[in-house]
Structure formats: structure tokens, C-alpha cells
Design a protein around this ligand. Sequence first.
Ligand code: ARG
Length: 578
Amino acid sequence: MNIRALLSEKVAAAMAAAGIPAEFGPNLALSKNPKFGDYQANGAMAAAKAMKSNPRQIADSIIQHLDLTGLADNVEIAGPGFINIYLSSAWLASISEQISADEHLTVQAAEPAQTIVIDYSAPNLAKEMHVGHLRSTIIGDAMARLSEFLGHRVIRQNHIGDWGTQFGMLIAELEETLSETSQSFQLKDLESFYQQAKKHFDDDPAFADKAREYVVRLQSGDQAVYALWQQFIQLSLAHSEELYERLNVSLSRDDVRGESYYNDQLASTVADLEAKGLVIEDQGAKVAFLEEFADKEGKPGAYIVQKQGGGFLYSTTDLAAMQFRIQDLKADRILIFTDARQGLHFKQLFTLSRKAGYVPEAVELVHCAFGMMMGADGKPFKTRSGGTVKLADLVDEAVERSEKLVAEKNPELDAEQQLEVARKVAIGAVKYADLSKTRTNDYIFSWDAMLSFEGNTAPYLQYAYTRIQSIFRKAGESDAYLSAAVVLEHEQERALALKLAQFEEVLLQVYREAMPHSLCAYLYDLAGLTMSFYENCAILKDGVDPAVRDSRLRLSYGVANTLRCGLDLLGIEVMERM
Ligand code: ARG
């Protein structure tokens, strides 16, 4: 159910009937205070200003034509011309009933569905995944799940860093290691393997020569070196995949389309840009000079697409990827999740891609930038000794901390249940801490804050869910309440039902803005309203009218499903008890 869209449509129709030009929209907003209704239509002021008439009179003429029969109990004008809309409780009750009876929670499939390419995670395979890749992986995955739930065609693209000169050194090292050990060698610790190869490269000139030779042979398609490279990529990718699995991230092998995939397109892309006059030679390099990015002196921004000496760059690969995503994947919308430091790269990439005609006007390109993860000291998050934090270690620590917490809070659970709950709480906490912050800001990583059972955290939401489940267990076997009428008498019931009915509009907002923290804020509000509903509205106490009891159970059922679904879209699991 999309209340906002429905009301907007009705108000727009009333505005048209009142003779207001269509360029003035209804400008619908949520009321901040229940005194001013549930929603407000604020379009009368702008229309009146342009039409040089009195905004209250315009508002009045809109109301004269506004038909909200069955949807609203009362509509009134306030202040300079706000139209306050008080939704009908009976209507909200019927929406709660529908939500409780629908697996898809009444969320409509997008019409038309878009093909959306989501580029996220994208670790560099030379090194082990570290916390820097956490944000991209988690936020991108939430967007992929949510877009799919809304009925869009989602194409995940894991644009892994699998090409470049470091791989010469790594495969030379791999070759030596393989000849010394058995063929069943596993890259247990990618980070120390990298260090070892680097040291070898720095200390042993013969090895360094071999590494450089391997780069050349790799680039010219030498079979043996290529096979070695492939083996290294598989070994490294297995590391990332283990983490995806632990983090409940929905990326699979099929989503991997690394930088190497575009090798064959790089030369022709540069040639094409040159032919179009968008790239020229400058000191041996091939450069696009973009006046859109001119500095104060008017000197255009330089976007290098080929190095002096012929080597291609990150930019060239991305230009090829753009064409692939439009021509082959048929994207209507492309979202790319990396940290904010790549902002200029993507601005220039998008500008050049459009100028070259690679990306039609109608296709939306968004660099979904995020801030950095900071330690308690306000500096980039590091290990105690100042190194980068490996993602695997971070996940281990989260699970350890959460095991202790769960054992303390609920010693009655058996050992197996405790482990299961601890795992879900740990992963949920790490992900939610990230997702609940405004994406574009830096945020401070804090174990205590993220594992707290109070406040806007995963454990709090998971707990709210288990609390509802325990009520269902106490209510007994029968689920006859699922066909009961929902009646909203109490203020807390109504507030909860209204929130519940707004799920779809929040999802649409997150889809539009690629800002999952809005969904977190919504779920947090929903859980908070549920808690105050339970404090104020008895369900299973003696003396509660069976019809009231069943109405409240049915409402709770819709809330539980919405909490579970919302968390699932964020990649977070719930449990029956904790
Ligand atoms: N591998 C890159 C990194 O680790 C991120 C790639 C993002 N996607 C892209 N199309 N450039 O920073």
C-alpha cells in the first residue's frame, strides 16, 4: 500500500478540477505532529503565489474538489494554506488486515520494472578483503535485495580488481610455492602471502625480473602464465566468498565480472574516444580534457585513459564497463558503491561516457559514495598496532563478543541455539551499524553501541521480533486471529497501524535515494511503536474481549512479518527466541 501516492493522486485530481495548472504538484508530506493530521498537502502555497491569489482560498477550492471518501475522516486548512489530512482509522485497520494476509505485505510490483545494475563489493584480489570493502558489500547488497523485492530486474556486478601489475609478482610467487608444496595448496592467509611475494620481489632481482616478465606474458595471452593467474584468482576469490557466506551477502560467482573481463575492449574504446575527438594525445598519454571540470583558471579537468607507454587504467576499464552495461546488460539504472574518495573519478567517467554516447540520457548513473569507518579516536579504523583490519578478523570478533552476550542474557537456550543466535546477532549488529548511518557520512565503529539491546541497533530489532513471537507462542496453536477484524481503538494501535501501512513508501524512498538508513529508521520506529503498543494494550490478559485480543494478534502478525521482511532486505536474519 502506498498511501502517499494514493493521496497525491487524489489531491492532484482535485487541483486539476479546481483549475490549478498541472505544473503545481500536491507536495504531500508526512505531518510532523498528529495535531496536524497524518499527511499534509502543501501545494496550495506555491500555486497561489504563481497565480497571484490567496493561498487559503486556493486550499479551500482544492478541498471543495477533493474526494477522500473512505480514506480520510477529516480534511482541514491550517496556517497559510496547508491542507491537513486525517486518515480514517477504519481504512488503516483494513490496510493492516491486508498486510497481515499478504506475503508481499501489499507492496506492489514496480511498473514498469527497471533493469538495475548494482556494482558493489569489488575487492582487489591481490589482497585480503579489509574493512574498506565492508561498507560497499553491505550497502550494495541491501540495495540489491530491496530492488528485487520491489520487482526490478537486478544485475549484481562484482567488479573485482583482478588485473594489473601486482599479479605478475603474485603468480610468480604462487608458481614457486606450488613447486615446493603439493598441488593442493590453499591460500590460507592472502595478506601474508602478499607480504611474502612483495619481500621476495624487493630482495631478489631475479624474482623481480620474472614477475615483470609474467606481467608481459599475461598481457600477451601466454597460456601457461594465464593458467597460473586463473588459479590465483580462484584461490583469492574463495576468500571473498567465504566472507560473503558468513556475512549473508547475496553475491555469487555468477556476479563476478572483474576488470580483466574488459581487456579486449580497452584499445578500441580509446580509439573510439579519439575518433570522436574526445581524447587527445598529451605528453605521450591519451587524455580527455573535460571543461565541465575546469579549475578556477579555466583549465579543463584531465581524465587519463591511456598511460604514456600504452598501459590502460582503471578509467579505461570503467569506460568499457559502461558500454557493456548499457549494450549487453541493458541497464536502465546503474548504481556503483565505493567510498567517497573515488568521487571525481566517477563524475568524470559519467560525463565522458555521456559525451561519447555510451550512456543514453534516460539511463540514471549514480555513484553511491560512502564515508569512512572510523575508530573511537575519530581516525580511520585500524588494528591496535595500526594495521588494516581484516574483514575475517572483524567477523570473528563480532561473533565472539556476541556469544558472551547471548550466554549472559539467555542462559536457558541450549548451546546450539546460543551459537545460532549469537551468529545472527553478530552479523546483524555489524551490518546494521553500517546501514543505519547516513551513507555519505563517516561513522564511528563501536562494538558496544552496535551490540546494545537498546537504541537503533540490530539486537534491539531482533529482540522486538522475538518478543512478538513469544506472544504468539503464549496465545496457543490456533491461528483463527488471522481472519479476525482489526479494530483500532487505542491511540497506540492506530499509530502502529499507520506506521505499518507506510512500509511501501519507505521502500520506494530507499530505492530512489539509495539510502538504506531510511529503512533502518523506519524499522526502529516500528519496533518502538510495537513496544509501546504492548505496554498500553493488553492482549493475553484475563478479561480481554476475545475480539480485541484477536484484532491485536492480527495487527502484531503484520508487524512481525514487516520487521522480518525489512531486516531481510537489509541482509539481517531474525530468530524465534533469543
Ligand atoms: N576495486 C575497486 C576498489 O577496490 C572498486 C571498483 C568499483 N567499481 C567500479 N566500476 N570502478 O576500490
